[in-house]
Design a protein around this ligand. Structure first.
Ligand SMILES: Nc1ncnc2c1ncn2[C@@H]1O[C@H](COP(=O)(O)OP(=O)(O)OP(=O)(O)O)[C@@H](O)[C@H]1O
Length: 192
């Protein structure tokens, strides 16, 4: 995973009539991660969507060194398929050999239809899919929602492993999370 990077320069975001934030800049070199924190509605998801290329910023630029993978509250897993089959669909596209299903606590859930998974189990399944993408740039929107304490530690481990292998990660969360380097942006400092 060589050359992963992420750079945002002087970003501003407006939704409807509201200017959410402005003057936001940061840069991640290979192996670095950053947490974007802030209260509900401040613009964390909007920032992630701008970086993912799904929302146009009012001003500023994003330079993404490598394909981004987005984890949000909508796991792209067929709700009608057993989890194992839903992941196998992506295996044919993403081409992974193996997933850390033990670490993710999913080994005993592969025959359960995705729609029957609990909130935390769905989040773990979405994380599995993200790991399988082998994308250099991870964008995680509230990855800790619905997770128990052990699963929070598991997310921290996954992000650390991703960064160890040269990836970069941006994690939007209002909850504390231990990331390599402990970089943190509080969006409140960039509100208009
Ligand atoms: N399509 C839209 N049109 C207008 N306003 C929107 C739109 N989508 C979101 N917003 C508003 O933009 C603001 C920021 O929303 P966003 O989801 O980015 O916040 P957030 O920090 O991720 O919040 P939370 O912590 O609750 O997930 C909110 O006030 C929201 O109502």
């Amino acid at each position: 995973m060589q050359g992963a990077s992420l750079k945002a320069t002087d970003l501003a975001c407006q939704r409807g009539e509201r200017l959410l934030f402005r003057g936001l800049s940061f840069a991640l070199a290979p192996g670095e991660a950053i947490q974007v924190a802030g209260a509900n509605g401040i613009g964390k998801s909007s920032l992630i969507r701008i970086i993912a290329g799904l929302l146009r910023p009012l001003a500023g630029t994003v330079e993404c060194g490598g394909t981004p993978a987005l984890l949000d509250e909508r796991p792209a897993l067929d709700p009608h398929l057993p989890l194992g089959n839903a992941l196998a669909f992506w295996q044919r596209i993403d081409g992974w050999d193996d997933l850390p299903l033990g670490l993710l606590g999913l080994k005993n859930l592969l025959d359960v239809p995705v729609r029957y998974l609990s909130t935390g189990q769905k989040k773990r399944a979405a994380l599995a899919r993200m790991v399988g993408q082998s994308a250099p740039v991870w964008l995680l929107d509230e990855p800790l929602n619905g997770l128990d304490r052990a699963a929070v530690a598991m997310v921290e481990t996954l992000v650390a492993q991703h960064c160890d292998s040269g990836g970069v990660a941006l994690v939007a969360s209002h909850q504390p999370i231990a990331l390599p380097g402990d970089h943190r942006i509080d969006l409140a400092e960039f509100t208009a």
